[in-house]
Design a binder for this molecule. Sequence first.
Ligand SMILES: CC(C)(COP(=O)(O)OP(=O)(O)OC[C@H]1O[C@@H](n2cnc3c(N)ncnc32)[C@H](O)[C@@H]1OP(=O)(O)O)[C@@H](O)C(=O)NCCC(=O)NCCS
Length: 357
Amino acid sequence: MRNAVITGWGKCVPPAVLSNADLETVTETSDEWIVTRTGIRERRISHVETSDMAAVAGLRALATAGLEPDDIDLILVATCTPDRLIPSTAAIVQDKIGAGRAAAMDLNAACSGFIFGLVTARQMIGAGGFERVLLIGAEKLHYFLDFTDRSTSVLFGDGAGAVVLEGSDEDAGVRSFELGTDGSVADILCVPRSGTEGAPGPDRRMVVHMEGAEVFRRAVAAMGDASTRVIEEAGLELDDIDLLIPHQANIRIIEATARRLRLHPSKVFVNIASYGNTSAATIPIALTEAIDEGRITPGSNIVFAAFGGGLTWAAAVYRWGSRIEPLGSSDADLPPSDASGLELMQPNIDLYGMGVQ
Ligand SMILES: CC(C)(COP(=O)(O)OP(=O)(O)OC[C@H]1O[C@@H](n2cnc3c(N)ncnc32)[C@H](O)[C@@H]1OP(=O)(O)O)[C@@H](O)C(=O)NCCC(=O)NCCS
């Protein structure tokens, strides 16, 4: 099968910061509790829609690949927080970036969405018919948070990351992968009544519901075990792995996963302190920052690992190609905004603080 290699990468995080100190003003929590229990110091709150962040990340990824929007055959947007149910966020992005030749569709595997998308793109390029795929992970999670619920509101943030995958004869790309789902425990991480279930009405509460401890336990096991299996399947030893880029949900989950894998902390990429959990966007944002920080070099063996609502889990071994330098840069950006994180989340406080059930 033809290889599919990452030739472009980019991220877009909105400017408004919501700090732990800000959260202390709206729910009974503390900076100390959040930092020690999760590793998160701040997160971003978006003043625009998911598709806006996705489009900017996508244009930045296209620029590093030296491509124009018209070069793209397929846009895949991994998201569980689409602008609308119809059309797909990918279709909105297609219009916003002017990629008129591309087919476009969304993919929802919650926080595992980027790796599900990576495998989907690789299979579609490998099977033929698609040559260049723009894969974006983008989320506006704050829309689905009750900021008075301290057990969920401190964990999540907004943002987007993107990669371009191109068909290639280079000895690079996805070496092995595992995608998994256990729908029987879907209720431990979900947004009830966010679709067709339940009676319609103006007061429908649509917020993240989570059984944190159970999700934690399953996340460590699923990410650690799937990573071990994909490394073995790729015919690699632990010493061959240059970098683990895990989904950023909780620093303690990341550390426990690395311990389970017996991987030295220096080989684990962590940026959760700055963004919290941005679901399908954490891995492409982290990948972009890892490249910017020189943590990836030609031929690097990278392990991606994630888990999320579904429950889903995913892991992949990816061998980097020969080019790490961007071919170009983009001046695409979000419209400016002076609103603070606290101001942007006020509508949620007004709604859910009133006890909307
Ligand atoms: C949510 C999570 C951080 C909670 O951490 P924990 O160490 O399990 O904490 P617990 O739920 O046992 O709560 C311990 C205490 O802290 C309290 N607490 C919970 N959230 C708090 C907060 N934000 N601030 C202060 N106290 C908090 C609890 O009420 C509890 O108090 P109690 O002992 O008086 O009942 C952790 O379970 C987690 O990260 N789970 C996975 C979540 C996740 O990754 N979800 C996304 C998946 S993609």
